[in-house]
Design a protein around this ligand. Sequence first.
Ligand code: CA
Length: 233
Amino acid sequence: MNQPSVKQHVLIVEDEPKLSEVLSAYLAQSNFEPHIIDNGLEVIDWVTQHKPDLILLDLMLPGLSGIEICKKLRAFSDVPIIMVTARVEEVDRLLGLELGCDDYICKPFSPREVIARVKAILRRSHPVQPDSVTHGIALDESRNKATINGKELVLTAVEFQLLSILFYGKGKIYSREQLMNHIYADNRVVSDRTIDSHIKKLRKRIAEILPDQEIIHSVYGVGYKFEEPPLAQ
Ligand code: CA
């Protein structure tokens, strides 16, 4: 599994052409193979035939609603589904319906955030292979659990997400805004200091296990990045 040469197929179910085109362009740019369907009635047949790796499913659709589609899909498939809804308030109601979606995204969204979520969900459904463990750091996304050299890091959900973004983007610098966009899907306004304080706590947790090694680096005036510590002897 996880053959990097094979593109993962993402089905976009969305009846607003502008949105689906933007998503499609971003997905293609991120090396996915996107496909757009704009009518709810066409989804089940298409999925049966093409077996996509993930579905971005709009809630309000002509033909058949996202809720109905999700129920039908779950009857025969455990393909990851990210439900897209126009209203934040709707998410609580959707959660209550226990549709079996893997995640929810609210409109308006930033396409970059959607891509990040798609990648996170796909990583979760294709768990990290042992050879991608970085110098004793291992993340288990299905259980929000991180270990360093076999010792568990006790992290809050936000701290785990931050570590996960930085870890998978090894060496890349993330601005505070990018980190916020990844973490707070509802576009809520939080100050830069919120991220700083979560990072500070995350570092403290890591320091409890790796006291002399910094793996989350501040890049002055820009943001943060993850860098591998030297190999343990
Ligand atoms: Ca719609």
